[in-house]
Structures are given as structure tokens and as C-alpha cells.
Design a protein around this ligand. Structure first.
Ligand code: ADP
Ligand code: ADP
Length: 233
């Protein structure tokens, strides 16, 4: 079965007396090992879709099957538990804790997992090795370049071996060259078998994925799909 299956998913926000349909009947399947870019302009629904896919927020309507479990109607605490086990997040702004070393930042997602501290350390060093930052593990974020900070954040996303890596504009805060290096690492992780969902407004970034899904006014269409398909749903 698919790793992710969403069916007729909608998300509405109430804005004063008005209802905003941020997602409007989205259906999408993502298989294990896929590298999917979700691209769309500002206001198209990318953040809303990312929040639902990442179990940060529940949809108003529709189904969301994640790794065999229907999660669309779960309460916040149960959703948080699923999120911690199933999703590794990579953000535009890295979101590292400034007072902790790279190694301590990477260990954070493991703190609540009940693993002995030696095992946590071992897994974290392994994750830092995968992103090529083993020798910088005792540095704090401010002692690292932007690209290195993002690699620490990628190691933190990987450390718990979640089935999905969800990257939100991962190169948005980086210069072009560093952004390329980070994208090259993300492609390498996908070649090694990681499932990656990348949210971006940048076509140069999106086309590095195996699949490009366009979102516009809360509706999606796959790259190469016929125009009527893009408009239906
Ligand atoms: P994107 O990430 O592509 O810029 P968003 O998912 O943030 O798009 O927004 C999609 C639509 O939903 C926009 O019209 C936006 O104004 C609206 N929206 C997003 N979040 C909220 C919210 N919390 N309350 C009301 N409207 C929202
Ligand atoms: P750069 O990363 O500096 O753009 P590369 O030679 O790594 O240079 O890649 C050039 C382009 O080829 C990328 O922008 C991407 O679109 C594509 N590409 C390279 N490797 C892969 C890959 N493994 N999977 C998908 N696309 C790839």
C-alpha cells in the first residue's frame, strides 16, 4: 500500500464572517521512496497542505492515510505522537536551538523515545556522518555556516528514521551555491531510499524531484497531467 494517501481533503478557515478554502478536494498518493515536490505561488495552499501532511493540523474534510493509519480525525495529542514517529521536518530557517551543540540538536527528537543515552548519541553521530558533519558535532549553530546548519537540521530529521522527510523551502535561506549543495544532499538521501516531500515556490528546486505536484487555489494537478484534470476535483 501507499505510504501516503489523501482523498478529497479540504481545509477551511473562518475569517470573520467569510470561509476561506485553503485546500479544496485534494487527492494525492505518495509511495515509499518517492521524491515529490509540491510547488505553487504564495497563497495557493502549500503551508496548509504541509501542516496537514506533517500532522501539525487536521483537515476539515477528507481522508489522510499515513503509513497504514487513518489520521485525519485524530485529537492533537495522538496526532503529535504520530508526527514524532512518522515525520522528519526540514525548515527554511533550520530551527536549531542556539545554545545546544550540533550533536545535542540532533539528539532532541530521540529524547522522548526511551532510548538509553549512549544509543541516542550513537544514532545522532551516525546521522551527522550521513550529512558529512561528524567533525563539527560539538559546534553550536552560530559556529556553523548556513549550509552546515541546514545539514544539522537534516540530520535531526533523519535521526529517528521516520518514513517521511518533509522539507519546507529547505534552501530558502541559503545562497545559490549552498542551496545546490543542500539539494544535492536531499537527492542523495532519496537515492538511498528516503521518501521526500519538498514544498517550494521555486521551479528550479522542484524539478530536481522525481514528481512535481502543482497546487493552485487549494487544488492540485500533477506535472504533465491534462489541463482538465488540473481544473477538476
Ligand atoms: P501558501 O503556503 O501557498 O502561501 P497558505 O496555505 O498559507 O498558502 O494559504 C492558503 C489560503 O488560506 C490563503 O488564502 C490564506 O490566506 C488562507 N489561510 C491560511 N492560513 C489561514 C488561517 N490561519 N486563517 C485564515 N486563512 C488562512
Ligand atoms: P547542481 O546540483 O549544482 O544543479 P548537479 O549536477 O547535481 O548540479 O545536477 C544538475 C541537475 O540535474 C539538477 O538541478 C537536477 O535537476 C538534475 N539531477 C542531478 N542529479 C539528480 C538526481 N539524482 N535526481 C534527480 N535529478 C537530478
Amino acid at each position: 500500500p501507499a505510504l501516503i494517501r489523501i482523498e478529497r481533503l479540504s481545509k477551511q478557515y473562518r475569517m470573520g464572517g467569510e470561509i476561506v478554502k485553503a485546500l479544496d478536494g485534494v487527492t494525492l498518493t505518495i509511495d515509499r521512496g518517492d521524491f515529490v515536490a509540491i510547488i505553487g505561488p504564495s497563497g495557493s495552499g502549500k503551508s496548509t497542505l504541509m501542516n496537514v501532511l506533517g500532522c501539525l493540523d487536521a483537515p476539515t474534510e477528507g481522508e489522510y492515510w499515513l503509513d497504514g493509519e487513518e489520521v485525519s480525525a485524530l485529537k492533537d495529542n495522538r496526532l503529535a505522537e504520530i508526527r514524532n514517529r512518522k515525520i522528519g521536518f526540514i525548515f527554511q530557517g533550520f530551527n536549531l536551538l542556539p545554545k545546544l551543540s550540533a550533536l545535542e540538536n540532533v539528539e532532541l527528537p530521540l529524547i522522548y523515545g526511551g532510548l538509553p543515552s549512549a544509543r541516542r548519541r550513537e544514532l545522532s553521530v551516525d546521522a551527522l556522518r550521513k550529512v558529512g558533519l561528524e567533525e563539527r558535532m560539538h559546534h553550536t549553530p552560530l559556529e556553523l555556516s548556513g549550509g552546515q546548519q541546514q545539514r544539522v537540521a537534516i540530520a535531526r530529521a533523519l535521526v529517528g528514521s521516520p518514513p517521511v522527510l518533509l522539507a519546507d523551502e529547505p534552501t530558502g535561506a541559503l545562497d545559490t551555491k549552498t542551496g545546490r549543495e543542500v539539494m544535492s544532499l536531499i537527492r542523495e538521501l532519496n537515492r538511498a531510499g528516503h521518501t521526500i516531500i519538498l514544498i517550494t515556490h521555486d521551479m528550479d528546486i522542484a524539478r530536481q524531484a522525481g514528481r512535481v505536484v502543482r497546487i493552485s487555489d487549494g487544488r492540485i494537478g500533477e506535472e504533465g497531467a491534462a489541463k482538465h484534470e488540473l481544473q477538476s476535483g
